[in-house]
Design a protein around this ligand. Structure first.
Ligand code: ZN
Ligand code: ZN
Length: 308
């Protein structure tokens, strides 16, 4: 059995203002050896280098919204890729406005990147599949925030059945394995069943999912999309005692994040986007765990792996 990757590396866990060594939002997501950057707060390229992320492996960057703590690291990253003679296209997905921001900065530095930047504008009011390849899709999750804002749902496609090597009849031609993986019984020329699929195969590996829900007020509107995910990242800017601040700024408390995770029957909850008010994050964790025990702090340098 080959090990196919699905892991989330946290580059930044801070809310609007970086504090206590915490960086603004950014995560490196590796699904089936495709590398995606999700949000790109200030210092993301330094954090990538620090945690052995490969800058050049990233072809797709998803920006949840245009508050500075989610994209101010982009220009640095774009220039570094240029200086390293990148040639591959770079795809960047964001709500409307990023094109103007990027072209203005390039114009005044009289720079033309050696590669093409392909900008994709996201519509924030309905879910949309924005990336698809053979093995996975990425779709947007509309969120409730002061600016148009979307989360991102990474979802592996259904997988083939696995060959049960212990039960394979001797001398079976190799090409027939594809029929088995696709779920067919094996028949002879007359159409008579020689081997039942269920006798020679095992069920497919689990198709894994990860939902990244960046800045948002508490909203159950996301449940339809995030229900049953293996791992849910949900912002948790404040503790419950500061709930009025969360309401005013359209952010969430750790408890609200936990409530969403519980209603969604998520496998695991990751908390992030912590306010600079808190040096210690343990109170946020404890609070959330009273509602959803499988909660973790998504802090810098941590990697969360989803097993197949
Ligand atoms: Zn933010
Ligand atoms: Zn924001």
């Amino acid at each position: 059995l080959t090990l196919v990757s699905f892991k989330i590396t946290i580059l930044g866990s801070s809310g609007a203002v970086p504090a206590f060594g915490r960086f603004p939002s950014s995560q490196l997501i590796d699904v089936q050896h495709n590398h995606f950057l999700v949000d790109c707060g200030e210092g993301s390229q330094m954090q990538l280098a620090r945690f052995n992320g490969n800058l050049h492996g990233i072809d797709h960057i998803f920006i949840s919204h245009l508050h500075g703590d989610h994209y101010l690291g982009l220009m640095g990253l774009i220039f570094t890729m240029h200086l390293h003679h990148r040639e591959k296209d770079l795809h960047i997905y964001s709500p409307h406005g990023l094109q103007e921001i990027i072209t203005t900065q390039l114009r005044y530095s009289r720079s033309v990147p050696a590669y093409t930047i392909v900008l994709h504008t996201l519509v924030p009011d309905r879910p949309e599949i924005i990336f698809e390849n053979k093995g996975l899709t990425v779709e947007t999750i509309p969120l409730r925030h002061k600016l148009p804002c979307t989360g991102f749902l990474f979802r592996e496609k259904p997988k083939p059945r696995r060959i049960d090597k212990n039960n394979l009849p001797e001398g079976l031609p190799y090409y027939r394995l594809n029929e088995l993986k696709a779920g067919f019984d094996l028949t002879d020329e007359s159409g008579k069943i020689q081997y039942r699929n269920a006798d020679l195969t095992l069920p497919p590996c689990h198709s894994r999912t990860y939902a990244y829900c960046s800045d948002t007020a508490y909203t159950e509107s996301i449940l339809e999309q995030v229900t049953g995910v293996d791992v849910l990242y949900h912002e948790a800017t404040f503790v419950e005692a500061d709930k009025t601040k969360a309401v005013d700024t359209l952010h969430s408390t750790a408890m609200e994040a936990a409530r969403i995770a519980r209603k969604a029957h998520a496998g695991k909850l990751l908390l992030g986007h912590f306010s600079a008010r808190y040096r210690e994050l343990d109170p946020l964790l404890k609070e959330a765990q009273t509602i959803f025990p499988e909660t973790h702090l998504a802090t810098e340098g941590q990697t969360f792996t989803i097993a197949e």
